[in-house]
Design a protein around this ligand. Structure first.
Ligand code: CP3
Length: 354
């Protein structure tokens, strides 16, 4: 089979899946479920295959990426796979000196804070990430009718790591640049938008059925600043991949006040954290979009009865949505009992079977 027709087969196979139907706001056989960070340290089989291999190195090994991406699909019966990679992989691929430190997160050797630093952010193309194309080809062949979600970090969240030099609570250097040098800030975000769009295109062209833009830390901004200083770059990313017709999901943490704007930026599905009920989120996002969310990941530590009660509350609040993808309000916490996740998937499927 030619590469092209193989790709068509992969995406066609997943086309009528509950996950893609919910993203398109079509009727579903059951509410689809997947979890952010479903692959990773909560799974013993993940810890085993990752032994002795650094995080970024494992992202560049198609065999490992394929195995790790499939692990939660096999174990939990989730309705979608998410590509195993990291938001800093495209930055590493264009030559930024960075590493992912266990228990810390991405650390950048030389932060980007001046106009001269911008030159280090050169455009990305498919040849920079051959291991991504190869892994997605292997994955879509294995996944059959289960859709694969591709993803990237949004310009603001990537800028936050690049400008701070690592994870940050207050984002002070990032905000100093945004407020203090709006022109340099806009140029920085524009470059990151191009890199992000290119990284998403590689994944879609290789066979991803949907994409999620992670703007994890954007909840640190007031709506007016988001609209002026961040939304244009995120909108550029969504526009760049609009032509493929694959659903585009937009997620951030602490974004209750930003949900409307995040929808406006161009998403088909808006991700919601656990701080706001799904019906209220739907009012803020407005019609014409599906929502994804929003069980507090910490609920999974409370025992199965509490998990069911809280999951039922999410389903009740989401009952009138045009389309609902069940997820956590943020990623699976590393010490989560994987059996609690498996049972949660079964519970949502059983409660929503039509
Ligand atoms: C902010 C962010 C990052 N990376 C990501 C985000 C956005 C999502 C979010 O808001 O949580 C995105 C990401 N990172 C990873 C995935 C894989 C797919 C999945 O969701 O299953 C995804 C979607 C793997 C990973 N990315 C990372 C791990 C852990 C590394 C390991 O297992 O050794 C995994 C599985 C490392 C990483 N990378 C990053 C952090 C904060 C960390 C954690 C550091 C730590 O606590 O050790 C940056």
């Amino acid at each position: 089979m030619s590469e092209r027709s193989q790709l068509q087969t992969g995406r066609t196979a997943a086309h009528d899946s509950a996950f893609l139907r919910a993203c398109r706001r079509e009727p579903v056989p059951h509410t689809p479920v997947w979890f952010m960070r479903q692959a990773g340290r909560s799974l013993p089989e993940y810890r085993k295959v990752r032994e002795g291999t650094a995080m970024l190195e494992s992202c560049m090994r198609p065999d490992l990426v394929t195995e790790i991406t499939l692990q939660p699909v096999r174990r939990h019966n989730v309705d979608a796979a998410i590509f195993f990679s990291d938001i800093v992989v495209p930055l590493k691929a264009i030559g930024i000196d960075l590493d992912i430190k266990p228990g810390v997160g991405p650390v950048v050797a030389q932060p980007i804070r001046s106009r001269a630093d911008l030159d280090r952010l050169r455009p990305l193309d498919a040849d920079d990430v051959p291991y991504v194309t190869e892994a997605i080809g292997m994955l879509t062949a294995e996944l059959g009718t289960t859709p694969l979600i591709g993803f990237a970090g949004a310009p603001f969240t990537l800028a936050s790591y690049l400008v701070e030099g690592g994870p940050s609570r207050n984002h002070e250097h990032t905000k100093a640049l945004m407020y203090g040098d709006p022109e340099l800030w806009a140029d920085l975000l524009d470059r990151l938008a191009d890199i992000t769009a290119a990284f998403l295109k590689v994944q879609i062209e290789a066979g991803a059925s949907a994409v999620q833009l992670f703007d994890s830390w954007v909840g640190a901004l007031a709506p007016a600043d988001y609209r002026r200083s961040v939304m244009p770059a995120s909108a550029k990313v969504f526009d760049a991949v609009a032509g493929y017709g694959v659903p585009r999901i937009h997620f951030g943490v602490g974004t209750g006040e930003l949900l409307g704007l995040m929808g406006e930026a161009g998403a088909d599905v808006v991700g919601v954290d656990w701080r706001i009920p799904m019906d209220e989120a739907a009012r803020r996002v407005g019609p014409g979009k599906a929502l994804q969310g929003n069980l507090d990941p910490a609920v999974l530590f409370a025992g199965h009865e509490a998990v069911e009660t809280k999951a039922r509350e999410v389903l009740d609040a989401a009952e009138k949505l045009e389309g609902h993808v069940f997820n956590l309000g943020h990623g699976v916490l590393p010490t989560t009992d994987p059996d609690a996740l498996t049972r949660l998937v079964a519970y949502v499927h059983e409660q929503t079977a039509r």
